[in-house]
Design a protein around this ligand. Structure first.
Ligand code: PHE
Length: 465
């Protein structure tokens, strides 16, 4: 099969920033606090960090190896590296999962767009001054149950993503990430300093850093593992596809470590910003679920900059705008994983491939958005469509995808190929090769299966800990 002209990342820092841009997004700033809050705080966070190190990073490397070795989208990569085998089905799964995530992730992305608009219009300070302690919560629930606004915003967000994906890897993705990631870091640090002045800061630090191991129940382990995969963007075709644009001298292990480090840093920072706000609000508890950051965050700006309304205005607009950008670098990677497949495997132009992805994700995404409002009564397995998509993808499809990619790199690919990828064709050393192979072959697959068995009630993992 011939590959249409493919892009490549131009600079080393561009590679890391684009992949880190994929990793850092709503998963860190919205989903991480939501999951940590619902699963007991500190103990969950420890499990999450353990899952990043034990499963997330080795699996990210396995995806880098598969992507760069095959130099094509993730579905075709499995087909090309394992011709005539059933592995092509795994390849297809690595395209299906990002598509499903894109559909519902875009709903939350739309919310961030609306919050940027509200910040620009200074609505949050009006809400804070209204005297109604539930003003932020009322606004959020009113917005998400509106019959058309969330759909309009998710469509706008998709248009934004679409435009960048159509322009291709170099022009669109890399340049974008280079400026925005550092800006996001700076603003998170400023917000952290503000949040630490809030009355709930002490309780928040206790909640985050003082793990209560009794809170580790069955579901918590699966939630932590799912969150690790989700926030690193692994277990599906996003990193594999990006790795196909890596250059031969891209340092895989160093890149994975930097991406993992940046990703963890942003999650912990987000937790340290959001939980002080949560514990400072009278009617909000950490297990409030998906609404958590949308109710707690506006309050951070209000209470931190009370005497300085202009500064508060500036920071709230800057934060929401950056959240939109952090989100778009993730939606780009989800979109790109599917678009690259349609473009390369079916010979469609990039534009046509991207249009098919955008329109179908808007259609399904709209159903997910409406499932929180007008279509609330229609549930599947007791869950609204939005929650169902989140549950199935994050907790099951990503770990399954990760398990399969580690088995593929560990057992199917030849040791020579794996070693050559990790050492850039023998031009440098990778001292941990033996341990790495052990992780791919045994630790990751067995560990992930144990977490699944634990979830299915076959036995209880916490008793082993
Ligand atoms: N990692 C992204 C985030 O944290 C979400 C994502 C998941 C992107 C899976 C790509 C693949 O927001």
């Amino acid at each position: 099969m011939t590959t249409p002209h493919r892009g490549a990342f131009a600079s080393r820092i561009g590679v890391i920033l684009a992949a880190a841009g994929s990793a850092v997004g709503l998963g860190n700033i919205w989903r991480f606090p939501t999951e940590a809050g619902s699963n007991g705080g500190g103990a969950f966070i420890l499990l999450y960090i353990a899952c990043i190190i034990l499963f997330g990073l080795p699996i990210m490397l396995s995806e880098f190896i598969i992507g760069r070795q095959a130099t094509t989208n993730s579905a075709t990569a499995y087909k090309r590296l394992a011709p005539g085998t059933a592995w092509h089905l795994v390849g297809k799964l690595t395209v299906l999962t990002p598509f499903l995530i894109l559909c519902y992730y875009n709903v939350v992305a739309g919310w961030t767009l609306d919050y940027t608009v509200q910040a620009l219009g200074n609505s949050f300070s009006a809400m804070a001054e209204s005297g109604n302690p539930n003003a932020f919560a009322d606004y959020f629930s009113g917005f998400i149950s509106n019959p058309y606004l969330p759909v309009v915003y998710l469509s706008l967000f998709m248009l934004f993503t679409h435009t960048i994906v159509v322009r291709g890897v170099n022009a669109g993705i890399e340049r974008f990430s280079k400026i925005l990631m550092p800006a996001l870091f700076i603003i998170l640090i400023v917000l952290l300093i503000c949040a630490m002045q809030m009355p709930g800061a002490g309780k928040a630090i206790d909640f985050i850093f003082n793990p209560d191991f009794d809170k580790i129940t069955t579901g918590v382990v699966l939630a932590a593992m799912g969150q690790a995969f989700y926030s690193l963007s692994v277990g599906m075709g996003a990193m594999t596809t990006y790795a196909s644009y890596f250059k031969p001298d891209t340092h895989l292990s160093k890149s994975a470590l930097s991406i993992g480090g940046i990703d963890l840093f942003v999650s912990v920072m987000a937790g340290l910003v959001i939980f002080p706000a949560v514990f400072s609000m009278p009617n909000l508890s950490p297990d409030a679920g998906a609404s958590l950051i949308f109710i707690a965050l506006p309050n951070v700006f209000h209470s931190a900059f009370q005497g300085m309304p202009l500064l508060g205005y500036f920071f709230s607009v800057a934060f929401y705008a950056l959240l939109v950008f952090a989100t778009v670098t993730s939606t780009i990677s989800l979109h790109e994983a599917v678009t690259a497949y349609l473009h390369e495997a079916f010979g469609l132009t990039r534009r046509r491939a991207a249009t098919i992805v955008s329109l179908s994700a808007i259609g399904i995404g709209s159903l997910c958005a409406l499932s929180l409002g007008p279509l609330k009564t229609y549930t599947v397995a007791g869950l609204p469509l939005f929650d169902l998509f989140d549950y199935v993808t994050a907790k099951w499809l990503l770990p399954i995808g990760g398990l399969l990619s580690s088995v593929f790199a560990g057992w199917y690919l030849s040791r020579h190929v794996v070693k050559s990828q990790m050492t850039n064709g023998g031009t440098m050393r990778f001292r941990l090769f033996g341990i790495f192979l052990f992780f791919l072959r045994f630790l990751c697959p067995i560990g992930i299966v144990l977490v699944f068995l634990n979830e299915l009630g076959v036995f209880k993992l916490p008793q082993l800990l």
